[in-house]
Design a protein around this ligand. Structure first.
Ligand SMILES: CC(C)(COP(=O)(O)OP(=O)(O)OC[C@H]1O[C@@H](n2cnc3c(N)ncnc32)[C@H](O)[C@@H]1OP(=O)(O)O)[C@@H](O)C(=O)NCCC(=O)NCCS
Length: 174
């Protein structure tokens, strides 16, 4: 079972380790990318009111992070991002499940009306997470990402509260 809970100081070091892992770090925004992330920086991010970070557990084991950034309390929007810290769990839908929970929280409890996310065009795994959680591709900023020395497009996705992605499908109610 996948669960999410607010990120607290005892997990800052572990999250910093995940965010520093080159396999993960290469896909992050420039705020985090191409550096070793210090646990103190994770703490600064948590204290920033425009962020909400959640640790992900799979069967109680700490395994990833899902987060809202750039929370705009006037327009009620935020950006979604996420990482799977334990690569061994990849492909089992853990982060997809966690993002679904984050979406539900954002729309039902935090009053957010529109979420968006962006990926570097080559990040197919991240694209799948967004597609499976109901995000729709909404456009691209050409050559707006620097990835391993190459200029690539940022591909944007969005999801609104009107899309009602948290509603269980008929199959899930049985
Ligand atoms: C993107 C990421 C969060 C996906 O986490 P996850 O828990 O594996 O998510 P899912 O299990 O739903 O997998 C998503 C897709 O990636 C594919 N995938 C994940 N791990 C895989 C692996 N080891 N081998 C092959 N494919 C894999 C899955 O097949 C899946 O696509 P599908 O449902 O069409 O089969 C994880 O790969 C990650 O942390 N990547 C680095 C950080 C990152 O890119 N963050 C997003 C920044 S925008």
């Amino acid at each position: 079972m996948t669960t999410i809970e607010p990120l607290t100081p005892e997990h800052f070091a572990l999250v910093a380790q995940w965010l520093s892992n080159p396999d993960i770090n290469q896909w992050l925004t420039s705020d985090w990318r191409d550096r070793v992330v210090d646990p103190v920086v994770v703490g600064v991010a948590v204290r920033n009111k425009r962020n909400k970070l959640f640790i992900v557990r799979c069967d109680q084991e700490l395994c990833g992070l899902v987060a809202l950034a750039d929370w705009d309390a006037i327009d009620h929007t935020a950006v979604v991002w996420y990482v799977l810290g334990l690569a061994a769990l990849g492909g089992r839908g853990v982060i997809t499940d966690a993002v679904r929970q984050l979406i539900r929280l954002a729309f039902q409890e935090l009053g957010i009306e529109a979420l968006h996310a962006w990926i570097v065009e080559d990040n197919e795994r991240s694209r799948r997470v967004l597609e499976k959680t109901g995000f729709r591709e909404s456009g691209r900023f050409r050559r707006a990402a620097l990835h391993k020395g190459r200029r690539l497009d940022r591909v944007y996705f969005d999801l609104t509260a009107c899309d009602q992605p948290w509603k269980p499908s008929p199959f899930e109610t049985h």
